[in-house]
Design a protein around this ligand. Structure first.
Ligand SMILES: NC(=O)c1ccc[n+]([C@@H]2O[C@H](COP(=O)([O-])OP(=O)(O)OC[C@H]3O[C@@H](n4cnc5c(N)ncnc54)[C@H](OP(=O)(O)O)[C@@H]3O)[C@@H](O)[C@H]2O)c1
Length: 270
């Protein structure tokens, strides 16, 4: 990474911005490539300590030099933050990582036609996330590549072809870590009930989840085939999966994700 990295603004210098900036700085992108607006003294100090990145408390004309503007504030403060920055950002590509703020709302509030929306998840904070991205047609391939380069430190990226697909991404990978944590919780509880020390049960559960995911990613087989391969009739896995089937675990998970998708649509304004 290098000097031709696009000059990029971050509006909001909290956890996500820090994770992204920390990754980009570690790749060798100079601090001079960034303009960061962050009103909190504490958050500015943290950025300086962790990323060697100066930030300013309020937007000003320095934003006008930026090709990309990353919106990393909570959705509730977006309108107010956009009103303060609007004079200097309309020429740039806007890259929003805020949940539920639609392209149309981003265009209206910033005055910019070129919008990219990303839906990351919390493992982004340790560089192991996966984000869905959507760009409006006005964003060309070069600008898409710039947006992808900015988000690269968060993990994997998947482009979707219509904005409404981001609601499905929200339901799958956005909220997904919580589903995985629930499974880990249940495995740890059962492990402890069966007599394992909780710390050991937790290690066994976590590494099982990470290992199963890694195996699924490396394999060309369907997940169902991988599952069947470890399920011999009359064996222990079969005993467990029979209980899960009787309890309707799989259909409940599918219903849960539909509920998350519906909620994402409602929060985005329909
Ligand atoms: N964390 C995740 O894993 C994750 C995953 C998916 C999506 N997201 C999205 O990413 C966005 C940022 O999340 P986060 O976890 O980084 O939140 P965060 O840690 O709260 O960071 C937001 C920062 O923006 C600052 N801020 C508030 N008003 C501002 C303004 N007018 N101008 C500039 N900065 C302002 C906040 O300062 P104060 O604290 O002083 O208010 C805070 O430091 C959210 O929209 C969230 O939905 C996050």
């Amino acid at each position: 990474m290098n000097d031709d990295f696009p000059k990029t603004a971050f509006i909001g210098g909290g956890n996500m911005a820090q994770a992204i900036l920390g990754g980009l700085r570690a790749q060798g992108v100079p601090a001079s490539s960034f303009v960061v607006v962050e009103p909190s003294d504490q958050a500015r100090e943290r950025l300086l300590q962790t990323c060697g990145q100066e930030a300013q408390p309020a937007p000003d004309e320095r934003l006008a030099a930026c090709e990309l503007v990353v919106w990393a504030v909570k959705p509730q403060v977006f309108e107010q933050a956009a009103a303060a920055a609007r004079n200097w950002v309309a020429q740039a590509v806007q890259l929003s990582i805020m949940a539920g703020v639609r392209c149309q709302a981003l265009q209206q509030a910033t005055g910019a036609p070129r919008i990219v929306r990303a839906m990351p998840n919390t493992p982004a904070l340790i560089g192991r996330g996966i984000a869905g991205l959507y760009a409006v047609p006005a964003v060309d391939a070069g600008a898409r590549a710039q947006a992808a380069a900015v988000l690269a430190p968060t993990g994997s990226l998947v482009w979707v072809s219509q904005e409404s697909d981001l609601d499905a991404v929200t339901a799958l990978s956005g909220s997904g870590p919580a589903y995985m944590f629930l499974v880990i919780e249940a495995m740890v509880q059962a492990g402890a009930e069966m007599g394992l020390p909780p710390a050991q049960a937790r290690q066994l559960a976590q590494e099982t989840m990470a290992g199963a995911a890694a195996l699924a990613m490396q394999s060309s087989e369907e997940p169902a085939t991988l599952r069947e391969r470890v399920t011999s009739r009359g064996g222990t896995t079969h005993a467990a999966l029979t209980v899960m089937e009787e309890a309707g675990v799989k259909p409940a998970l599918v219903r849960a994700m539909h509920a998350a998708c519906t909620r994402a649509r409602e929060l985005g304004g329909g």
